[in-house]
Ligand binder design. Structure first.
Ligand code: FE2
Length: 300
C-alpha cells in the first residue's frame, strides 16, 4: 500500500507531515503484513530510514521502528535513504555497478560506488530538480506536484526557449533557470516553457552523468528517485547510454519514488553484513549523506 502526505497549501509542513505518518503507520503495518501473508512473529529484523530527511518525519519513523523492534524482540537497523534508492535499483532495476542519477524533490546527485563507499561525484549547488519543478509549477499556477504537470504540457511545446545552461564542473545550479523562467512566464506559452525546462535541465543532468561514466569507466547508468518517473528524462538517459554502448537501468515508478521496499531490502543487506543499531543509539541523522554510510555488503 502507498499513502502520500499532500500539503494542504504551499510546501510541505514538517510537523503536519510527521503527524500524517504517525496516523497512517498502524494501518500501513497491518496491510503490509497482510499482503505478505505473515504474522508479526515472523519478522526477523526492523529497518528504518535514519536520514537524510525532515527531522520530525524521521523521528516519527524511528520511534515506530524502535517500538516495533523492542516489542518483537528483534534487531534494529538504520538505513540511509539515498543508499536505499540505489540498492533498490540494483535489486529490482537490474543494475550491478552503475553510475547513479538520483533525482527527487530534495536530492539531485550523481553517485557511484568507489573504494567501499557510495561517493557523490556531482550534485546541485542550490535547488534539487524535483523542488525546482514544483517551484516553477507553483509560479505558473499549475499545482502540486509540478513534475507530472510539466511533463504533460511539455509534450505540446514546440519551440525551445533559451534558458541558462548552468553546469558547473560536475555540479549543476537551478536558481538561474528558475529566475529566468519566472520572467518568461509573461511572454511565452506554458507549453513552450515546460518543453524548454525539460530539454535544458535534463540535458544538464545527462551531461554530468555521462561525464561520471566516462571518468570512472562504468558502462551502466541507473536512474532513480521521484523525478525518474519522467518519461522524457528516461528517454534522454536511455539515448545517452545507447550512444556510449552502456546499459541503462531504471525502475518501475512505484519503486523510483520513496517506498518501504527499498528501506526493507537495504536493511536486510546491512543486517546480513552485521550492522545493528542499539535502540538507545538510534537517533536520526537528518543530514546523513550517502557517502557516510558504511557499505560492508559490497566489495570493491
Ligand atoms: Fe527519496
Amino acid at each position: 500500500m502507498r499513502r502520500v502526505y499532500k500539503p494542504s497549501a504551499g510546501g510541505i509542513h514538517p510537523r503536519e507531515a510527521s503527524r500524517y505518518i504517525a496516523s497512517s503507520a498502524g494501518e500501513a503495518l497491518k496491510t503490509c503484513l497482510g499482503d505478505a501473508g505473515i504474522g508479526p512473529g515472523e519478522v526477523s529484523v526492523v529497518a528504518f530510514s535514519r536520514g537524510p530527511g525532515l527531522g520530525p518525519c524521521l523521528r516519527t519513523g524511528a520511534t515506530l521502528a524502535r517500538a516495533l523492534a523492542s516489542f518483537l524482540r528483534v534487531p534494529l537497523v538504520g538505513v540511509n535513504h539515498g543508499v536505499a534508492h540505489i540498492e533498490a535499483g540494483r535489486r529490482y532495476g537490474g543494475a550491478v555497478d552503475p553510475v547513479v542519477l538520483y533525482v527527487s524533490g530534495g536530492t539531485t546527485q550523481v553517485i557511484a560506488f568507489v573504494k567501499g563507499l557510495y561517493r557523490i561525484l556531482g550534485e546541485t549547488e542550490d535547488i534539487a530538480v524535483g523542488n525546482f519543478l514544483d517551484a516553477f509549477a507553483r509560479e505558473a499556477g499549475l499545482g502540486f506536484p509540478g513534475g507530472p504537470i510539466v511533463q504533460e504540457l511539455a509534450a505540446k511545446g514546440r519551440s525551445l526557449v533559451d534558458l541558462p545552461y548552468t553546469v558547473k564542473g560536475m555540479n549543476i545550479s537551478l536558481s538561474g533557470p528558475l529566475t529566468r523562467l519566472k520572467a518568461l512566464l509573461k511572454t511565452c506559452t506554458l507549453e513552450d516553457l515546460c518543453f524548454s525546462v525539460q530539454e535544458t535541465v535534463f540535458s544538464m543532468l545527462v551531461e554530468v552523468s555521462e561525464r561520471a561514466m566516462a571518468l570512472l569507466g562504468k558502462e551502466e547508468l541507473l536512474l532513480t528517485g521521484g523525478v525518474a518517473c519522467n518519461t522524457r528524462l528516461r528517454e534522454m538517459c536511455a539515448e545517452m547510454s545507447r550512444q556510449r554502448g552502456a546499459a541503462f537501468n531504471t525502475l518501475e515508478p512505484r519503486l523510483c519514488v520513496d517506498n518501504g521496499v527499498m528501506i526493507a531490502w537495504t536493511g536486510l543487506l546491512a543486517y546480513g553484513a552485521g550492522q545493528r543499531l542499539e535502540p538507545s543509539e538510534s537517533y536520526v541523522l537528518p543530514r546523513w549523506r550517502v557517502d557516510k554510510m558504511d557499505i560492508p555488503w559490497r566489495q570493491e
